[in-house]
Design a protein around this ligand. Structure first.
Ligand code: NAP
Length: 327
């Protein structure tokens, strides 16, 4: 088969669509013939050599895919060859075939194309696990989503609105904020011009904050929390090390959590995927939550897709189409 390989870490030009050995599904895995995958910011870090795949997982980038089951590994029940699926991956989505633990498979939601389905698993699992399982966002609460126009943000806006929360977002400029408003965001904050702490204070603070910036925002995020607020850090685009004023956290009786999805044990990922199938998939099939696909490019143009995401030129997800066979 072919896959996007990274012979040397570096810029987008390091991504090479090359002939590689086929994966073989182990016990409890299926082989998926990939029709589409999607770019996540983590793929850019992996390409640069800053984010190695967890031990035992595929060396190729790609944290999600959609396609058809081509073969079953030993001991697999409940899935059949030919089933249309999408999947959360620890790697290997940028390829014609990938071996997937059954606990990470989801059916393609009714009415969606493989290109749309490929844009869902990583953001649905990340948002569901952090905003709902960790931070327990409840109807009527206020959530602040940094990077509302990102892949993560576009899913989080829709899910938070679906449960009846008030949604504040940050984004870099009026065009991206307008897209967030279309998805249901209530309070639009241009992080280049506005102070999100003051904006949230006017609403009584944020009950939940989903943060993708890390160190640079830590102090201000803590200040923006309401009493009993929950701050969940999932990205470190603004650095990893910062001081936090514990007295502010203490006065707010607030919680600070940081998580990642890729390195979790199989059982935890399976539990998250099952919860997404139970809670998110019905919303997708009802059209309440939809994949936000900025553009679809052929996988051979993965370098261009990375340039787009690196430049922040997209809203939502950039999807890569994968040709069948060895093309
Ligand atoms: N921990 C986990 O398990 C996990 C899982 C998935 C993703 N993530 C993290 O979640 C983040 C989003 O991932 P993605 O794939 O959805 O990325 P993406 O689509 O490339 O989005 C990156 C976003 O960062 C925003 N941003 C940059 N500087 C900002 C600032 N100063 N204030 C507010 N927003 C800012 C950008 O906003 P503008 O374009 O509007 O400037 C953009 O929307 C990444 O940091 C990723 O590593 C973590």
């Amino acid at each position: 088969m072919r896959a996007i390989t990274i012979p040397e870490p570096g810029g987008p030009e390091r991504l090479v669509w090359a002939e590689v050995p086929d994966p073989v599904p182990a016990a409890g895995e299926v082989l998926v013939e990939v029709a589409a995958t999607a770019v996540n910011r983590a793929d850019l870090l992996q390409r640069q050599g800053f984010y190695d795949p967890p031990p035992g997982s595929s060396p190729y980038p790609g944290l999600e895919c959609a396609g058809r089951i081509a073969a079953l590994g030993p001991g697999v029940a409940g899935w059949a060859v030919g089933d249309e699926v999408c999947a959360l991956l620890a790697g290997g989505g940028y390829a014609q075939r990938v071996a997937v633990p059954v606990g990470q498979l989801l059916p393609v939601p009714k009415g969606l194309t493989p290109q749309q389905a490929a844009a869902l698993p990583e953001v649905a699992c990340t948002v569901w696990s952090n905003v709902f399982q960790v931070a327990h966002l409840r109807p009527g609460e206020t959530v602040l989503l940094h990077g509302g126009a990102s892949g993560i943000g576009t899913m989080a806006i829709q899910l938070a609105k679906a449960v009846g929360a008030r949604v504040a977002v940050t984004a870099g400029g009026p065009e991206k904020l307008a897209r967030c408003a279309e998805l249901g965001a209530d309070l639009l904050i241009d992080y280049r011009r506005q102070d999100f702490v003051a904006e949230l204070a006017a609403l009584g603070g944020a009950d939940v904050i989903l943060d993708i910036i890390g160190a640079k925002y830590l102090e201000r995020n803590v200040e923006a929390l309401a009493v009993n607020g929950r701050l969940v850090v999932i990205g470190l685009q603004g650095g990893a090390k910062a001081e936090v004023n514990l007295s502010t956290l203490l006065a707010r009786r607030a919680a600070l959590v940081a998580t990642n999805l890729r390195g979790r044990p199989l059982g935890e990922k399976a539990a998250i995927v099952a919860a997404v199938r139970e809670h998110v998939w019905p919303l997708v099939e009802a059209g309440v939550v939809r994949p936000v696909v900025d553009r679809v490019l052929p996988i051979a143009e993965a370098a261009e897709a990375h340039r787009v995401v690196e430049a922040g030129a997209q809203v939502g997800k950039v999807v890569l189409e994968v040709p069948a066979g060895t093309g």
